[in-house]
Design a protein around this ligand. Structure first.
Ligand SMILES: Cc1ncc(COP(=O)(O)O)c(C=O)c1O
Ligand SMILES: N[C@@H](CCOP(=O)(O)O)C(=O)O
Length: 467
C-alpha cells in the first residue's frame, strides 16, 4: 500500500512517511492508492471480535507491511485500554430506528481520542525506530487539541503546539488544553476563528523552509492515520446491527469532514452503508454545497456546538478527489478557487457521485436545544450539542435502514448549553473533577504566520537543546 496526494505532484509515500508528513508537500492530502476490499463472507467473519482485534484486522492492510503484526497489535491494544468502556465504542438504542454510537469514552470525552490514542503511539514508534524528533502543530476548534495533548504529553520525541481560537471554545475544552503540565506541550490561543488556526497550520506546512527546519508533523485529520483509525467504528457498529446482511445508515455531526470521510472509506472497503448523512450547525456550508453544487464560504458564526464552527472543511478535498475519479487537476482548480475567491463550483458528474452516497441537513441552535430536551424526555438519554445536531438531522431522513448517529462528545464538555436545553447539569466524570481548578498556561498570539512560526521555532529549538 502506498499513499498518493490529492493534488498529484507530491511524491507517493509509504505508511510511516505519510503518517509523519501530515500535509503532502504539494498542499494536498494523502489517501491510499487503492482501497482494500472485504467480501460479505469476510465481513461476516469479523462479527464478535473485540474492538481492538477488529481494528487490527481492518487496519493492517493500510500499513503496507511497515509495522510488524505483534508490534501493531500491542500498539492497538494499549491505545484502546485507555478507554473507560469495555466495548470501546458502544451502541445505544434511542428509539425504534435510531442508535447512538458513543465515541466519547476515551480520556478527553470526545471522538478524537479514538484516533489520537492510536496515532500518538504510532508516531512515537515510527520516530523511535528512526531516531528522529518531530514538531507537531495542530489546529483545534476545541476537541482535537485536548485529545492531541492527552495523547502526546511527555512523549520524548515530539513537541506539541496546539492553536485554538481565542474565546471560542468551551471552558472545559480550554482547560483540557491549558492545564497540561507537560513540558513538551504548548497551548496557543489565536486571535481568530478555527479557520484562521487551520489556515496557519496549513501555511506552516506549505512554508517548506519552516517545515523542514522544525521537522513539522500534523495530527489533524489531514493526517491519514486519523481517518484510518476512525474507519473501525463504522464497521463495529454496523456489524453489531447485522451487517453485511442488513445495510445501515449513519448521520455524522460534521465540521472538518474527517469523521464522515472515514464512513465513506468504510463503504469503499465493502461495508454496505445505505446513506451517509452530513449534519451541520448554522455553519452549514456542506449542506448548502450538497443542495446547490456551490462550495462557498461565509463568515463563521459562533454556536452552541463550537467544535463544528468551521467553514473550510479540510477533508472535503479527499471526497472531491474520489468523487471526481481521482482528478487532481480538478482538485487543484477547486482549491485555488477557494483560496482566491472563497469558493468553487462542483462539476455535474462529481456532484452526482457525491449525492449518490451523501445527504445533508442542518440544525439551528434552537433545533439543537429542542432535540436535547426532547430526547431526554423521550428516552432518558442526555445528548451533547454536537450529537444533538445529528439526531435532529437524522430525524428528518426518510431512509428505512437503521440510523446510527455518531455521538461525538460527552455532554459534560458543554455543560452550559446542555443545562440551558434540558435543565440538567452534566457533571464531569470523577477523573476530571479537578480540571476546572487547575492552573492554566497558554500564550495569546495574533493570527499572523510569521509570529506563530517564530514562537514555534524558538520553543522547539529550546526543547531540542534541552533548555
Ligand atoms: C464533538 C465534535 N463533533 C463533531 C465534530 C466534527 O467532526 P469532523 O471535523 O471530523 O467533521 C467535531 C470536530 O471535529 C467535534 O469535536
Ligand atoms: N472539530 C475539530 C476541528 C479539527 O478537526 P480535525 O478532525 O481535523 O482535527 C476540533 O475539535 O478541534
Amino acid at each position: 500500500m502506498r499513499y498518493v496526494s490529492t493534488r498529484g505532484s507530491a511524491p507517493t509515500l509509504g505508511f510511516s512517511d505519510a503518517v509523519l508528513s501530515g500535509l503532502a508537500r504539494d498542499g494536498g492530502l494523502y489517501v491510499p492508492d487503492a482501497w482494500p476490499e472485504l467480501s460479505p463472507a469476510e465481513l461476516r467473519a469479523l462479527r464478535g471480535l473485540s474492538y481492538p482485534e477488529l481494528a487490527i484486522r481492518l487496519l493492517t492492510p493500510f500499513l503496507g507491511g511497515e509495522i510488524d503484526r505483534p508490534t501493531f497489535g500491542r500498539i492497538v491494544r494499549e491505545a484502546y485500554a485507555s478507554f473507560r468502556h469495555e466495548a470501546v465504542c458502544p451502541l445505544v438504542q434511542l428509539d425504534g430506528r435510531t442508535f447512538a454510537l458513543e465515541l466519547f469514552h476515551g480520556p478527553t470525552l470526545a471522538f478524537k481520542d479514538v484516533a489520537m490514542q492510536l496515532l500518538g503511539r504510532l508516531m512515537d514508534h515510527i520516530l523511535a525506530e528512526r531516531g528522529e524528533r518531530a514538531t507537531i502543530a495542530a489546529a483545534t476548534s476545541g476537541d482535537t487539541g485536548g485529545a492531541a495533548i492527552e495523547a502526546f504529553a511527555d512523549r520524548e520525541r515530539t513537541d506539541m503546539f496546539v492553536l485554538f481560537p481565542h474565546g471560542r471554545v468551551s471552558p472545559v475544552q480550554q482547560r483540557q488544553m491549558t492545564t497540561s503540565t507537560a513540558a513538551n506541550v504548548h497551548a496557543l490561543s489565536i486571535e481568530g476563528n478555527f479557520d484562521d488556526c487551520q489556515g496557519l497550520v496549513k501555511d506552516m506546512f506549505n512554508d517548506h523552509r519552516f517545515r523542514d527546519g522544525v521537522s513539522l508533523s500534523g495530527v489533524n485529520s489531514i493526517n491519514w492515520a486519523r481517518i484510518m483509525a476512525q474507519i473501525v467504528y463504522y464497521f463495529s457498529s454496523a456489524l453489531s446491527l447485522g451487517s453485511p446482511d442488513r445495510p445501515v445508515s449513519f448521520t455524522v455531526p460534521t465540521g472538518n469532514f474527517g469523521d464522515i470521510f472515514a464512513g465513506y472509506a468504510a463503504k469503499r472497503m465493502g461495508l454496505p452503508i445505505d446513506r451517509l448523512v452530513i449534519a451541520t450547525n448554522d455553519n452549514d456550508i456542506l449542506a448548502r454545497t450538497l443542495s446547490s453544487g456551490e462550495y462557498r464560504t461565509r463568515g463563521v458564526v459562533a454556536t452552541t456546538s463550537p467544535s463544528m464552527d468551521i467553514q473550510v472543511s479540510s477533508n472535503f478535498e479527499r471526497l472531491l478527489f474520489e468523487a471526481s475519479g481521482r482528478d487532481s487537476g480538478a482538485v487543484i482548480r477547486s482549491m485555488n478557487g477557494l483560496k482566491q475567491s472563497g469558493g468553487f463550483t462542483i462539476d455535474t458528474p462529481t456532484l452526482s457521485a457525491i449525492r449518490g452516497d451523501f445527504d445533508a441537513g442542518r440544525a439551528s441552535m434552537a433545533e439543537t436545544a429542542q432535540t436535547i430536551g426532547r430526547t431526554l424526555k423521550a428516552s432518558g438519554y442526555l445528548l451533547d450539542p454536537h450529537t444533538a445536531t445529528a439526531v435532529h438531522v437524522a430525524s428528518q431522513q426518510l431512509t428505512e435502514s437503521p440510523m446510527i448517529v455518531l455521538a461525538t462528545a460527552h455532554p459534560a464538555k458543554f455543560p452550559d448549553a446542555v443545562k440551558a436545553a434540558s435543565g440538567v447539569f452534566p457533571a464531569l466524570p470523577e477523573w476530571l473533577s479537578g480540571l476546572m481548578d487547575a492552573e492554566e498556561r497558554y500564550t495569546v498570539l495574533p493570527s499572523d504566520l510569521k509570529m506563530v512560526e517564530d514562537h514555534i521555532s524558538r520553543h522547539a529549538r529550546a526543547a531540542r537543546q534541552g533548555v
